[in-house]
Design a protein around this ligand. Structure first.
Ligand code: SF4
Ligand code: SF4
Length: 478
């Protein structure tokens, strides 16, 4: 469970309760993590100093044994070296950051594995940023490629202007070949397709929220992928929340910063986070809780923002941000609402993979519990292994083989599940699941929408009793 998951902060609307662990367990506000906040030992220094945190490491190597990259790549020195040992070296003689930090996928599994709450991912993110700034040539192919991958939000709007053409061009073998030869983006994977209508276009055409309810408001952080690629996931979130009588707000937003952290582009991430914190704080001020449909987006806002940035309201936004299913589990009788519901054949047998970033937030058990409440669904958890793609990591040609080796266990368990549809809450895990097994992959919200009757919710005739709590302002047929 992340620090953000544990954080308790009285008074703000929609905020996570002290019992807000997704598994229903008590949160522990006195957990030792708070003691290990980075300490600025040189107050006049502008940069964060993580070296004192390194002293909390007692070299048990638990982080190393939980690192999926170290498990399959003998040359990767592992999180203990990347984190505390590097910072100790820096204390001695301002040692250069080792280039192996770029081989860390930022899965953050080491963070939750460490029994001494060493701020490993904070150390890795800071070290990567320092390495990129000081040691990586800004004219190198690696830098240009990483900058492109980290700034998907800048490229996606261009492709979304002509989505059908973009999909054809991106699917050509010659495009993939060129991508590998010129930029080092693997040609083994299929580029994700762009939606013919972005979520925000749909939202505008629809006329915005169909439910007004000042007592139940959410601000939806859809992120880049649900806007430009899987808009059906974002639409499902809107319909599911409106079914429960929530007024959905869709604030201005930037990338969560996840791919920027993973590529050492900390200044890019800072700019994106500044926009997000400002806009989401305003929504919280209006009584909304922040809801994310992507597990990496919620992870970023809850944990990485407070660890790395100190904008006004960073902590408030982190404390009021939730995963989409988690929020409904805590604030609504979700399993009760799902009783006696059923879904079509499309969803009857599901192989579920909990993304590492859900696992880190303590949310790895909730999807199976929720699926079990729906009649006729047989959902199997395929285990706790990493999918191996970790955002942009598995898109880099030099990481492709490692990424697939990491994913092998998940692929085998999916095959053994003998389902036809995979289920997850992370967009890049879904790419890896599809790539490794050929399964069609869905988001949990799409199953909930099917079970709760998205169209009925859309027209204001939601079957859940909570739908009556809000004022339905319009109907639509799409
Ligand atoms: S798990 Fe924590 S205490 Fe153990 S070696 Fe890794 S950083 Fe150090
Ligand atoms: S974030 Fe993941 S890949 Fe990176 S060191 Fe930690 S466990 Fe290994």
């Amino acid at each position: 469970m992340s620090d953000a998951q544990r954080r308790i902060d009285d008074g703000a609307p929609g905020e996570q309760p002290s019992t807000g662990g997704a598994d229903g367990s008590d949160s522990d506000s006195d957990s030792g993590n708070d003691e290990f906040e980075p300490v600025q030992v040189f107050p006049e220094a502008e940069e964060m100093d993580l070296r004192p945190g390194a002293d909390n490491c007692y070299k048990c190597s638990t982080c190393d044994t939980n690192c999926p990259v170290a498990e399959v790549d003998d040359e990767f020195p592992g999180p203990k070296f990347q984190g505390p040992e590097q910072w100790r070296l820096k204390r001695q003689d301002d040692h250069d950051i080792d280039d192996s930090v770029m081989k860390c996928s930022n899965c953050m599994r080491c963070d939750s594995a460490c029994p001494s709450s060493v701020p490993l991912s904070q150390m890795h993110n800071t070290a990567r940023a320092e390495y990129v700034e000081e040691n990586m040539s800004k004219f190198s192919r690696e830098y240009l490629r990483n900058r492109l991958l980290a700034n998907y939000r800048r490229l996606a709007p261009l492709a979304s202007m002509f989505p059908r053409t973009a999909n054809v061009v991106m699917g050509l073998s010659v495009t993939k070949w060129l991508g590998e030869k010129t930029l080092g983006i693997t040609s083994e994977r299929e580029f994700p397709e762009f939606a013919t209508e972005t979520f925000r276009e749909w939202w505008t055409d629809r006329g915005g929220a169909k439910v007004e309810n000042e007592d139940k408001r959410i601000a939806y952080f859809h992120g880049c992928y649900s806007n430009y690629n899987t808009s059906e996931v974002a639409k499902a979130l809107v319909r599911v929340y409106e079914h429960f009588g929530y007024e959905v707000m869709v604030p201005e937003q930037s990338c969560s910063g996840t791919p920027m952290f993973a590529n050492g582009m900390l200044e890019d991430a800072r700019r994106a986070a500044e926009t997000n914190v400002r806009e989401l704080a305003a929504a919280i001020e209006d009584g909304a809780a922040v809801i994310a449909s992507c597990s990496s987006c919620s992870m970023s806002i809850r944990q990485e923002y407070p660890e790395l940035f100190d904008f006004e309201d960073t902590e408030t936004v982190a404390a009021n941000t939730w995963d989409a299913v988690e929020y409904l589990r805590v604030h609504e009788d979700l399993t009760g609402a799902l009783e006696d519901t059923a879904v079509g054949d499309e969803f009857d047998e599901l192989a579920y993979h909990a993304p590492c970033h859900s696992r880190n937030q303590g949310l790895d058990g909730q999807t199976i519990e929720v699926m079990d409440a729906i009649d006729g669904i047989d959902a199997q958890d395929v285990g706790d292994s990493c999918s191996g793609i970790s955002g942009t990591y598995g898109w880099k040609a030099e990481n492709y083989e490692t990424s697939m080796k990491i994913g092998e266990e998940m692929f085998e368990h999916m095959d053994a599940a003998e389902a036809e549809t995979g289920l997850t809450e992370c967009p890049t895990c879904s790419m890896q699941m599809e790539h490794g097994t050929g399964y069609e992959i869905k988001h949990t919200l799409e199953v909930l929408e099917a079970a709760l009757g998205g169209d009925r919710a859309e027209s204001g005739a939601g079957s859940g009793s909570n739908a009556d709590a809000g004022t339905t302002t319009a109907t639509e047929s799409n």
